[in-house]
Design a protein around this ligand. Structure first.
Ligand code: PMP
Ligand code: GLN
Length: 385
């Protein structure tokens, strides 16, 4: 006998298991080099691990404050001031959260009501649309222009309606590895002036911008900062994706509403991790050196695949390198990603899954947050295909 008289009506009928889980599982099954899901295959700094052990052994194992421990909120505010010239009050405008995914979801849940429209750029990181839809909102898409994934701001303007409540931006961008220019943000700032549209700015790769460019945080632009949730993650910055800790910056009124939702969802974020991160953040070099660290890996991987038939698209930030494969195969990227994992032993992410309809261009995403040995072995396989 079924438990319910009626079948469960899914709030997310079109959602399956995320591509990251699917591809990492397939890579493990086939013992393939996993360049799919974005996470480092090397460990975090021993100093950071030692700090976590220290705080685990310091009797700090009960609930920390709801908004996060003061020392970490202060460290985040100081960093934001130093890098982006923006002032956030650690008490009322900085919240520590269990990861950026949670921060994005909670910001959306805080504001989006049934029927509200949320502008997303396509390809879109996979959590955005479900987070909007489960809260009754409607995603409205604007296409990033292939091959440089630039934005036509006139199209953004055209997408704005009286129902538009929010726009989600992501720079450096996953999955395209493109970055916003200062001009992009000025366009956005001008466009949103005299509207009630709120920005959710996913900046988890804020410290991974290449070739001497600066990260364009919305926090740098007062007209945007005053209407934005800025979301970041310690996972990317300190090679600890499994620690699931991030933060959300927003003006006082937005933060107050955000915390109302947060306190009845996660309520707090892992305490010992916060103490460890707060102390580790004193070492500014750990995040300031990250771009050079990953640029070297990007270049190592690019050098390794130079003799292959894959064609790189620009990687201007993040730890992803997208490759076109027109000269290799005319398969769908989803089919090719599976075949490369099974038959050749290298796993990637098919970029079409970040679109509602597969686009005409064919691209696979490779994660280069890996040791040189892993990258060399992955590149060597790609050269044989
Ligand atoms: N946004 C983007 C663009 C990401 O790539 C990721 C993670 N890889 C996240 C959010 C989620 O970060 P977290 O693991 O802190 O939830
Ligand atoms: N953001 C990571 C990526 O793009 C994966 C995170 C996840 O598995 N949800 O690969």
């Amino acid at each position: 006998m079924p438990a319910f008289s009626r079948p469960i009506v899914s709030k997310l009928p079109c959602v399956g298991t995320t591509i990251f889980t699917v591809m990492s599982r397939l890579a493990a099954e086939h013992d393939a080099i996993n360049l799919s899901q974005g996470f480092p295959d090397f460990d975090c700094a021993p100093e950071l691990r030692a700090l976590l052990v220290k705080y685990l052994n310091s009797g700090l194992n009960q609930y920390p404050p709801m908004a996060g421990i003061a020392a970490l909120r202060e460290a985040v505010a100081a960093k934001t001031q130093a890098l982006y010239g923006a002032q956030y009050d650690p008490d009322q405008e900085v919240t520590i959260v269990p990861g950026a995914t949670y921060g994005i979801f909670t910001a959306i849940a805080t504001l989006i009501r049934p029927g509200d429209e949320v502008i997303l750029f396509e390809p879109a990181y996979d959590s955005y649309a479900p987070s909007v839809e489960v809260n009754g909102g409607r995603p409205v898409y604007v296409q990033l222009k292939f091959p440089d994934y630039s934005i036509d701001w006139q199209e953004v303007q055209n997408a704005i309606t009286p129902k538009t409540r929010m726009i989600v931006v992501n720079t450096p961008n996953n999955p395209t590895a493109s970055v916003f220019s200062a001009e992009d943000l000025r366009m956005l700032e001008g466009m949103l002036k005299r509207t009630d549209i709120v920005v959710v700015s996913d900046e988890v790769y804020e410290h991974i911008v290449f070739d001497g460019h600066r990260h364009q945080s919305v926090a740098r632009f007062p007209g945007l900062a005053e209407r934005s949730f800025v979301v970041s993650s310690f996972g990317k910055t300190y090679h600890v994706t499994g620690w699931k800790t991030g933060y959300v910056l927003a003006p006082r009124d937005l933060t107050a509403e955000f915390r109302k939702v947060h306190q009845f969802n996660a309520f707090v974020t892992n305490g010992p991790v916060q103490y460890a991160l707060a102390e580790y953040m004193k070492d500014r070099d750990a995040y300031l050196s990250l771009a050079a660290f990953y640029q070297k890996k990007r270049d190592f991987f690019l050098e390794g695949i130079q003799a292959s038939r894959f064609r790189p698209l620009p990687s201007r930030g993040t730890f992803f390198q997208n490759l076109r494969y027109d000269a290799v195969s005319d398969e769908k990227d989803t089919d090719l990603a599976i075949r490369l994992t099974r038959e050749y032993g290298v796993a990637s992410i098919p970029v079409s899954v970040f679109y509602r309809e597969p686009p005409a261009h064919k691209v696979l995403r490779f994660c280069f947050a890996k040791s040189e040995d892993t990258l060399a072995r992955g590149a060597e396989i790609l050269c044989r295909i």
